[in-house]
Each structure stands twice: as structure tokens, then as C-alpha cells.
Design a protein around this ligand. Structure first.
Ligand code: FUL
Length: 495
């Protein structure tokens, strides 16, 4: 080889090494705003969270105390927050939110701003602190911890004297947010009843949010707050079309969360979001995902007469599929009894629930198989349709930028039986899909198994058992090129 040839060869190899990566690694899809904050993504990934409703109501057999309860009624005989945390962890729950103060005003921590608290109760001779015990137990069992602090306070005399009570409320909030380690979620109930003096309290929401942001910048604010939205019912059901992308104007952000709430109750909020997204009017949208709260029993608080009315296994599974399986986070209430323990019947039901979920989702018949697609982004391997089957949520299939519809076809190699499909979008890049169809190639030909609108973090679809060799996911509508990180196929156990 002459010197000139060697030089040419060197130049070519330099050009190739510089260009190959550019060709091979096509540009990733740009995020489609709004996108979740890191805290919102971590929250969504928990999927199942737990509520603990516990206060004087547990002992008076009521759902709403009126604030006249004697603190002496609060006297659990064997309170064990480690049992709550263990039971929750074993059920797959990742966070517990405690009613630090419910509407009756009794505080489960020794607040220095009132005598109406555990410090005036006989429990641990007034030296106990349920908030401390549960926050410690959550840390020990690897759970996150959140607090419910009811602004509606039927005991506190200054309630109704708006500026004075707002200061009282902020002080209590500050106590809870500075003395108990990291708080992952602050749960604000919108209830605003009449005060003892007949006056109406005007809550100063923006000032409450400010305290949360100052004291716990990583905490998410639920309900009457800007970070997490109520799904609109207390049955634990998200809606069929569940966008985490929601239209919120600036004045709504400041003041109108409670009114906004109501639009989710009658479904008009979800319809409006869907329409705005289809009309591409998303400039005023924020990432505002749905939390689905429900109790494991009829009441939020423990009542002995409900010991035999713990939700059936079928009911709990239905809740799971309609919350976690519809792009929501489940918030399942486990009310401790008068001993201060989660009752045996509830524990047993949670164990059954966990066992069925484990059996269902342990074997994904699509995992590790291969797939082809109508379009794969740029001439690249890194966005291959096989990515949805690799069990890795960081890899995905995505089409070219201008291609908003398409299909992916999974080859199951032989006929397999399943009755649940799971689809997941890479929500870090925004929620995109607005219409989809799942089809299967059965011995009788191609059949439609399910049709839907939104996918989001996770969509679970149940259908009668089917035996098929191929499965196709068709994206028939999307805000931008669809980004799917996982498709799974599962078989529910016989019950
Ligand atoms: C409601 C409250 O009034 C109930 O008592 C319960 O705490 C539930 C989770 O929120 O608004």
C-alpha cells in the first residue's frame, strides 16, 4: 500500500467511525409536554399505596367525629405500627398515608398547638406519638410515608376565623413536615364545613402549598393540590379514558382545585381533557395523574360490624385492574382496629390478593419473543419492536416522528393461552396514545381482544381466555409517534 493509499484508508476509517454512530443511533423522540416530574414518575411507579384511617372514630364507631370526643376514648390496647407496615409491604404496597388529623380535630401526634391529641389520651400515658411510630416503621419496612391532614377541624375553636385558623393549620403542617423525616405525599381533603361558631372557614391553599414546598420539596400534594388528582370516586376506579395530561388554567392552579375535583366526579373533567387533547389544545395542560382511593371495607374507619364485610377477592382484583390497570395509582385503605392492629380478616384477604397477582403476573408468555412493526424509527436497531418484550422498561419501540399510527406484531412461536394484556408507554416522554386495538391470531383467524383509548404508565385489559400464536397491538391514534416500552400477556389463575 502506497503512502497515499494508507492516508486514504485512514481517512475513510475516521469518517466511518464518526458517522456510523450517528446513523446507528437515530435521534430519540422529543418529549411531548407536559411530562411528569421525577417525583411524579416515582409515585406512579409505586402503583399500590395504602391509607391508614385511625383516630377517636375507631373507638366511637363513627365515620366523622364531631370534635367533642374526649381524648380518653383513644386507647388502643396493642398498637403496633410495624404490623401495619409489614402487612402493607407483604401486599405489595409501597407507601402508607396516615390520618394525622381527621375532621374531628384529634391529633395523632403531640402537637404543641392543641391539647386535643394523643398527649391527652391514656395511651402510653400521654407519651405516645402514632406519627412517629408509623414513620419509623415505614422506614424500617422500606415504605414511603405520607400524611393526611384535614383542614376541616370540628374541634378547634378558631376554625372559621379564617386568618387565625390558617396560621394554626400551617403551624401543624410545619410540625408534621419537619419532625418526621421525608414525607412523600401530603393529602388534602377539600371538606369545608361550618365552624363551632357558625362561621365559614376560607382555606388559604396557596399558603399551605408554600409550607409543603419549603419543608418537603419532594412531597407531592394530593387532592386540593397541584400534583396528584382525585380519580373522582371513592370506589378506587379510574376511568376508561384516563389522561395524566389535564387542562388547567393559571387561576385554577391557584384557587380552584376543589371545583376542579367536581368535574372528575361527573366525568366532565376527563371528557374535557380527551377533547382538548384530540383538538391539540394542550398549551394549558399540566401533568396531573389520578389517584384512586378506596377502603378495603365499607367504612374508612374500623367498625366491628364490618369484620365480615371486607371486600371479596374478586372485588379487590377488579379494583386493581380498574386503578393500576387504567393509568392510576391505587390508594387502598387498611383501617386498624381498636387494638391498633390491622384485623385478621383484612390481613387474610390481602394475602389472597397478593397471591393471585403474583400468580397472574409471574409468567409473561410474550417475554423474550420477537416482534415486527409497521414502522421502526430511522434506520436503527435501538428502537426495535423486540424492545417491548425484553423485560426492560428503559428500552422501547418508537416510530418515526411523523408516524402517529402503526402496529407491532408479536410472534409467540407456538400457540399460547392468556387472558390479560398489559401495555405500557414511556411516560417520561409524555402520554401519547389516544386509541388502540389488541388482536390475536387464533386457530379461527384474527380476533379483536380489546379496544381502548389511553394507555399511560400501565393499561391492563382482561378478556376471556384465548389461545393464539400471534398478537398485534395497533395504535390507531396518538398525539405524536407512539413510544411503547412493554407489552405483556398473562393468564389469570383458576379461582
Ligand atoms: C373524605 C373524608 O370525608 C372521609 O372521611 C375519608 O377521609 C376520605 C378518604 O376522604 O373526603
Amino acid at each position: 500500500m502506497t503512502y497515499t493509499q494508507r492516508l486514504q484508508s485512514l481517512l475513510w476509517s475516521m469518517i466511518l467511525t464518526m458517522t456510523i454512530p450517528c446513523v446507528a443511533f437515530g435521534a430519540p423522540p422529543a418529549p411531548v409536554p407536559p411530562v411528569p416530574s421525577p417525583q411524579q414518575r416515582a409515585w406512579q411507579a409505586m402503583e399500590m399505596t395504602g391509607f391508614i384511617h385511625f383516630t377517636v372514630n375507631t373507638f366511637t364507631d363513627r365515620e366523622w367525629g364531631d370534635g367533642t370526643e374526649d381524648p380518653a376514648t383513644f386507647n388502643p390496647s396493642a398498637l403496633d405500627t410495624r404490623q401495619w407496615a409489614r402487612v402493607a409491604r407483604d401486599a405489595g404496597i409501597k407507601m402508607l398515608i396516615l390520618t394525622a388529623k381527621h375532621h374531628d380535630g384529634f391529633c395523632l401526634w403531640p402537637s404543641k398547638y392543641t391539647e386535643h391529641s394523643v398527649k391527652s389520651s391514656p395511651w402510653k400515658e400521654g407519651k405516645g406519638d402514632v406519627v412517629r411510630e408509623l414513620s419509623d416503621a415505614c422506614r424500617e419496612y422500606g415504605l414511603k410515608f405520607g400524611i393526611y391532614l384535614s383542614p376541616w377541624d370540628r374541634h378547634e375553636r378558631c376554625y372559621g376565623n379564617s386568618p387565625v385558623y390558617n396560621e394554626y393549620f400551617r403551624n401543624q403542617l410545619r410540625e408534621l413536615l419537619t419532625n418526621y423525616g421525608p414525607i412523600a405525599e401530603v393529602w388534602f381533603d377539600g371538606a369545608c364545613g361550618e365552624g363551632p361558631n357558625g362561621k365559614r372557614q376560607v382555606y388559604d391553599w396557596p399558603s399551605y402549598y408554600k409550607v409543603v414546598r419549603e419543608c418537603q420539596p419532594n412531597a407531592l400534594i394530593f387532592g386540593c393540590g397541584p400534583d396528584i388528582r382525585w380519580c373522582g370516586n371513592e370506589r378506587g376506579y379510574a376511568s376508561e379514558t384516563e389522561w395524566s395530561v389535564q387542562p388547567i388554567t393559571d387561576d385554577m392552579k391557584e384557587l380552584r382545585w376543589v371545583e376542579l375535583h367536581r368535574t372528575y366526579v361527573d366525568g366532565s373533567g376527563q371528557k374535557l381533557a380527551d377533547q382538548m387533547i384530540r383538538d391539540e389544545k394542550t398549551e394549558n395542560c399540566i401533568w396531573y395523574p389520578a389517584e384512586c382511593d378506596v377502603s378495603i371495607r365499607p367504612g374508612w374507619f374500623y367498625h366491628p360490624k364490618e369484620d365480615d364485610r371486607v371486600h371479596s377477592l374478586d372485588h379487590l382484583l377488579d379494583i386493581y385492574y380498574k386503578s393500576v390497570g387504567r393509568n392510576g395509582v391505587l390508594l387502598l385503605n387498611l383501617p386498624p382496629d381498636r387494638r391498633g392492629l390491622i384485623h385478621e380478616n383484612d390481613v387474610k384477604r390481602l394475602q389472597e390478593f397478593r397471591a393471585v397477582l403474583d400468580k397472574t403476573f409471574q409468567n409473561n408468555v410474550a417475554e423474550g419473543k420477537s416482534a415486527k412493526a409497521s414502522n421502526v424509527r430511522e434506520n436503527s436497531d435501538i428502537y426495535s419492536p423486540d424492545n417491548v418484550l425484553d423485560g426492560d422498561s428503559s428500552t422501547y419501540w418508537v416510530t418515526d416522528d411523523d408516524v402517529n399510527t402503526g402496529w407491532i406484531e408479536i410472534d409467540l412461536e407456538k400457540e399460547r393461552s392468556f387472558d390479560v394484556a398489559m401495555i405500557q408507554e414511556s411516560i417520561g416522554l409524555g402520554q401519547r396514545v389516544m386509541d388502540f386495538v389488541v388482536e390475536a391470531k387464533t386457530p379461527d383467524g384474527w380476533q379483536t381482544l380489546a379496544e381502548g383509548t389511553t394507555i399511560g404508565h400501565k393499561r391492563l385489559l382482561r378478556f376471556p381466555p384465548v389461545t393464539a400464536s400471534k398478537v398485534r397491538l395497533k395504535i390507531t391514534g396518538s398525539r405524536a409517534c407512539p413510544v411503547i416500552h412493554t407489552v405483556g400477556l398473562f393468564k389469570r389463575p383458576e379461582m
